[in-house]
Write a new protein. Structure first.
Length: 327
């Protein structure tokens, strides 16, 4: 009984903040701003629907729900703002370390704002059913009898917040990349990549568009070179920062600057760390930048008359800048 009384007090307080206008059937617009990747519009809609047992998100409504998530050290801080044309703005701040707990609490707070009876797990009782109950007449006085004391009922369970596992998100990004580990001349080229994020781990696949360069290199003379490179990597997300391990795999195709000269292929593999930064512009658009230091495991080289006339450096530097879009 004490738990139910506490739940009633919580519902009354939240309903008062919402100006008493929350009731079953209320719909609202939803906006989520979470650069940490913990909460998104689709999963939050499903969580709230599990509480209110109906569709509640609309493209146009008088009530507006805005959810903002930021990090405070190791703690996620979620702010739920509910506003409308006929009510003052109400705010609920939720803190937690685990993404599952924060998202479940946010969903329950929104559900209670839309329908306060959700917190009690039962529909409201119509006023017509609140009739006085006739009490039985007390028995006539008689000799005292020894009655057996009944055990007190067990306390009712507290309100449980449904846990939701994190889901994977897919990002497509494109930009420019400057690489000097496997080329005769440092060049900037277009790079296209795909990133899959699950919780705080990202897996990436990047492909660099081929680029042809005509250079003069003694004693080979004029050369035509084409660099082919792709990247595989795994990153850990620490807020806006990304710490990655990446492998650049590809090669260098070179021939003399004539149409009949044969192509010579020199493979290239570079492995090393990468530090990146992701700046979210919206929930589906972000700027990405990264600096990598690949170490040449297999370095391409050019040979003429049995002698090496050029070889890639042992340590290179790659710089990437681009835009990412959530699929």
């Amino acid at each position: 009984m004490a738990t139910r009384a506490l739940a009633v007090c919580l519902v009354a307080a939240w309903a008062a903040l919402s100006n008493g206008a929350a009731h079953a059937g209320v719909v609202a617009t939803l906006a989520v701003d979470d650069p940490t990747g913990c909460i998104d519009d689709a999963s939050l809609d499903v969580d709230v629907r599990g509480h209110v047992q109906r569709a509640w998100v609309a493209t146009s409504a008088a009530v507006r729900v805005v959810v903002t998530v930021r990090r405070d050290g190791a703690v996620r801080v979620a702010t739920v703002d509910v506003s409308g044309s006929d009510r003052p703005e109400a705010r609920r701040v939720i803190r937690g370390q685990r993404c599952v707990d924060v998202r479940g609490s946010v969903a329950l707070a929104i559900a209670v704002a839309l329908d306060p009876w959700v917190a009690l797990g039962e529909p409201p009782v119509p006023a017509a059913d609140l009739r006085p109950v006739a009490r039985p007449r007390p028995p006539e006085a008689s000799a005292p009898t020894r009655t057996r004391r009944r055990p007190e009922p067990a306390p009712e369970p507290a309100i449980r917040i449904a846990s939701v596992e994190p889901t994977a998100s897919w990002w497509l990004h494109g930009g420019t990349r400057l690489n000097a580990i496997a080329a005769l001349t440092p060049i900037s080229r277009l790079e296209i990549g795909l990133v899959v994020r699950y919780a705080a781990v990202e897996a990436m696949l990047e492909v660099v568009t081929p680029f042809t360069v005509h250079t003069s290199n003694e004693p080979l003379g004029r050369l035509e070179s084409v660099e082919l490179t792709g990247t595989l990597g795994v990153c850990g997300a620490l807020g806006l920062w990304r710490l990655c391990g990446a492998a650049d795999v590809g090669g260098l195709m070179v021939r003399e600057d004539t149409s009949t000269a044969p192509w010579k292929f020199a493979p290239s593999i570079g492995v090393g760390p990468r530090v990146g930064f992701v700046f979210p512009l919206t929930s589906r658009l972000a700027l990405r930048a990264a600096v990598g230091v690949p170490i040449g495991v297999v370095r391409p080289e050019l040979r003429s008359a049995g002698q090496t006339v050029w070889s890639a450096p042992l340590v290179g530097v790659t710089l990437r800048v681009g835009v990412a879009v959530r699929l």
